[in-house]
Ligand binder design. Structure first.
Ligand SMILES: [Zn+2]
Length: 418
């Protein structure tokens, strides 16, 4: 079915960067609705879908979550511009409302093709494997059918169990596997043109900002500094270490996730031109993410760049909207709003940061250690955008928020490490 890999992404990306995007931003009540419904039933099916929803599918999902031994929250909803836009943030939004650890799954359907996103929130202090890494090792995972929801959701619940306590993965029933990957024809939409419109138009207006930044920044020529704990000093729990491990975990969650999504594209027997374009784009971003992760394993800013690139690689690979990060802190939800930071400077920002900017304040932003000071170690932190952009692709591009060439710049600076 041609709509299976329909690429709305590029078009939506353009819309998302327009100031008018607030109009189609969101029915904000959807996460509230789902969270409220979960109080009585943790399998939420969109009201419009309920009458026709196959009972057998629902029963399988119920049985798997009941047997999981941990809390499972499932939302089954239609694919809309809102869900496409919020794709990677929905589970986080929902978990914030429910406030419980567990596995959160949001699955959307469009033209009988199911796709979803999931996130495992562990109870405090509990360690285990990353869900994405379990999924990466689950070789048959990419061959599970997508024309109904239960097979993949049941598998995800099983994978989460393995991630939590190492229990063995059961075999996948043969009926859940695609007999043979059929070739899929895509639409003859000129996605490539839309994409170049995004890179050209969307950031054109704010590119000037980079030069303003270059011109007005202090002359102290601070360099990006890597933060490492001093020898023999246990600084566990310090804000910087928390930031470092959090950002590293984000990168390590999204790199395998994007790898899996890309693998799905690579396995298509007769890919369309659009699918090939998406494959190449996702691959470039993912390669750059890996390059950064490997080259700078202890650098908060580089890890943030790796996370942003991997999340974007995933967006491209699954055919979702390509979104810039929040300029102020790339580890925030994507930059879905345009924040008017100064008279003629607009930057993509997450909703929270956009609100802060709207109040006339500058968000705290992603902070990194400033180099200099006594003994060469300055304990103060500074917003990353005040660092010297010259030799740092993350600073130069606002982690990809100001221009969409972070991947290329990363390869120029760190390439060859691979
Ligand atoms: Zn933000």
């Amino acid at each position: 079915m041609s709509a299976r890999f329909r690429v709305l992404a590029a078009l939506l990306a353009v819309v998302a960067l327009l100031p008018a995007s607030a109009a189609h931003a969101a029915p904000p009540e959807l996460p509230d609705q789902i969270a409220a419904a979960w109080r009585t039933d943790r399998i939420y099916v969109d009201p419009a879908m309920r009458p026709a929803f196959p009972k057998s599918e629902l029963d399988r999902i119920r049985a798997a979550s009941a047997a999981a031994g941990f809390d499972v929250f499932v939302a089954l909803i239609p694919r809309t511009p809102y869900t496409v836009k919020q794709y990677s943030e929905l589970t986080t939004l929902l978990q914030a409302r429910v406030g419980k650890p567990g596995l959160y799954l949001v699955w959307t359907v469009s033209d009988e093709y199911w796709s979803g996103t999931e996130q495992l929130f562990r109870p405090g202090g509990l360690k285990g494997r990353q869900l994405a890494s379990v999924q990466g090792d689950d070789k048959a995972d990419n061959n599970i059918v997508r024309d109904r929801p239960a097979p993949k959701i049941v598998r995800t619940i099983q994978q989460a169990g393995t991630a939590l306590d190492g229990r063995a993965l059961p075999p996948i029933p043969a009926a859940d596997l695609e007999p043979e990957r059929r070739s899929r024809t895509g639409r003859s939409v000129t996605d490539k043109e839309d994409l170049s419109a995004y890179t050209g138009m969307g950031v054109g207006g704010i590119l000037g900002f980079v030069f303003v930044l270059l011109a007005t920044r202090s002359k102290s020529r601070r360099r990006v500094s890597k933060w490492r704990p001093a020898d023999g000093v246990r600084t566990s729990g310090s804000p910087r270490e928390v930031t470092l491990s959090t950002v590293r975990a984000q990168a390590d969650r999204w790199i395998p996730k994007a790898t899996r999504a890309l693998r799905g594209l690579e396995k298509l027997r007769a890919p369309t031109v659009q699918q090939l374009d998406r494959r190449d784009d996702a691959r470039n971003r993912l390669d750059a993410a890996r390059t950064l992760r490997k080259a700078e394993p202890d650098d908060v800013l580089a890890l943030a760049g790796a996370f942003v690139l991997a999340r974007q690689a995933h967006q491209v690979a699954v055919g979702d909207e390509l979104r810039p990060p929040c300029f102020f802190d790339p580890t925030h939800p994507s930059g879905t709003e345009l924040a008017e930071w100064s008279d003629d400077t607009e930057v993509p920002a997450c909703r929270t940061c956009a609100q802060t900017v709207g109040r006339g304040e500058t968000p705290r932003g992603l902070r990194v250690a400033a180099k200099g000071g006594l003994f060469g170690v300055d304990r103060t932190t500074v917003p990353y955008w005040t660092l010297d952009p010259e030799d740092n692709p993350m600073v130069a591009t606002g982690c990809g928020a100001l221009s969409d060439d972070l991947a290329e710049r990363v390869e120029l600076v760190y390439g060859g490490v691979r």
